[in-house]
Ligand binder design. Sequence first.
Ligand code: FES
Ligand code: FES
Length: 178
Amino acid sequence: MTESVQAMNTTVRFSLDGKAVAVEVATTERLIDTLRLRLGTAGIRESCGVGACGTCSVLRNGYVVSACLLLTVMLEGDDLVSAEGALGSSTHGAAVVQAFVDHRAYQCSFCTPAMALTAASLTCSEPIENVAHELAGNFCRCGSYPRVYGAVEKICGASRGNDDGVVNGQQPEETVAS
Ligand code: FES
Ligand code: FES
């Protein structure tokens, strides 16, 4: 005989962008659904749903994680920061946004909140030898990578005398579709 497994509801408490949150969820509810659909965190977006693309990125206790891979019940007591929180309320966040704007580091912008969140989370304590490696968890289907890399190099001050977003000798303008 097959027994069905029922999802139970439970209350989970965590911090989201510095604010205390208490939310009743089913034990099977994904974090991406809690944040985006129930708490209105629009910068968290679902694309692949299986942890491959990074559009659902959120900071969990300072580390970038994929919200589509986590159950909300796992987040009890954690500190979450969304793209809105990371980019909208600090001087560093404003600098990251400005760098993306200056380098036009987007096209359709679907990936941009998560991409910028990851960029904002970089400590930049050491020169970035391979910017692509730092952003390997974030896919951009529009192929805006050279411009994003230029923005990240600007953000980190790692351009080493190359402050125009020129990456590997390629100007950002060369990669933008009209
Ligand atoms: S939607 Fe979560 S990694 Fe793609
Ligand atoms: S700008 Fe379109 S997916 Fe990245």
